[in-house]
Design a protein around this ligand. Structure first.
Ligand code: COA
Length: 196
């Protein structure tokens, strides 16, 4: 069993995601399909998802499914462990906007409540960083995270996202307004330096 500190060191040294328990099944990321909708709705009903996102309680499965549809400017990825969908990520792009098509927004990341702390979200975000930076010519990958969501903020920082500012009273949650941080990762800043 790898401890969290050992895990972070391994990720830093190798740049790869490692399984917590050697021999456990491997996680992988793929595009979501319409058949994944019920599993994604289950993830979004999970613990802490309301607190970490802009979802509304008692959202119908039909409207959630509609919001998760793949289209030209929305890529939905899932992390699967064997056949089970254990995490999801929504990336929003602006591909037809002449002066803005280099910007993409991570709109939602969530891991099934039974599969947290084993690298599911890290794997999804690394996959989307690779897709955006290496294949879609995205220069700026951005996201918004609520000020109290410390676990998510740590995760984003570890993956190269920097805090750019705090938006006061950005959203309403548990009866009060809450601040949110804007964080971004710039491809040019994170490009590995080449030695000549
Ligand atoms: C935030 C969220 C997506 C994180 O998902 P996750 O899959 O648990 O994330 P990871 O497993 O990649 O990383 C979480 C922690 O587990 C640790 N970890 C990951 N893999 C590990 C492993 N194999 N062994 C030991 N520790 C591991 C990470 O280092 C990290 O530690 P930290 O909290 O001390 O920084 C999840 O908690 C969630 O769905 N929350 C509700 C929705 C939400 O708030 N989304 C974010 C909106 S901005």
């Amino acid at each position: 069993m790898t401890t969290t500190t050992e895990y972070d060191t391994l990720v830093e040294q190798t740049g790869t995601i490692v399984e917590r328990s050697p021999g456990s099944s491997r996680l992988r990321v793929r595009a979501a399909t319409p058949e994944d909708a019920p599993a994604m709705c289950t993830i979004l009903e999970g613990d802490q998802v309301l607190d970490g996102t802009l979802r509304i309680p008692h959202t119908t499965e039909a409207s959630t499914t509609e919001s998760l549809r793949q289209h030209a400017n929305q890529q939905v990825l899932v992390a699967v462990d064997g056949d089970e969908v254990v995490g999801m990520l929504v990336l929003v792009t602006h591909l037809e906007a002449p002066r803005f098509h280099h910007v993409a927004h991570i709109d939602l990341v969530a891991t099934h409540e039974d599969h947290r702390h084993r690298g599911v979200a890290s794997l999804l975000i690394r996959s989307v960083i690779d897709m955006a930076e290496q294949w879609m010519a995205i220069e700026r990958l951005e996201l918004i995270v609520f000020a109290g969501n410390e676990g998510a903020i740590r995760l984003y920082r570890r993956l190269g996202f920097e805090h750019e500012g705090t938006m006061r009273s950005y959203a309403f949650a548990r009866g009060r307004y809450t601040d949110a941080h804007i964080m971004a990762r710039l491809t040019s800043t994170n490009r590995p330096s080449t030695t000549s």
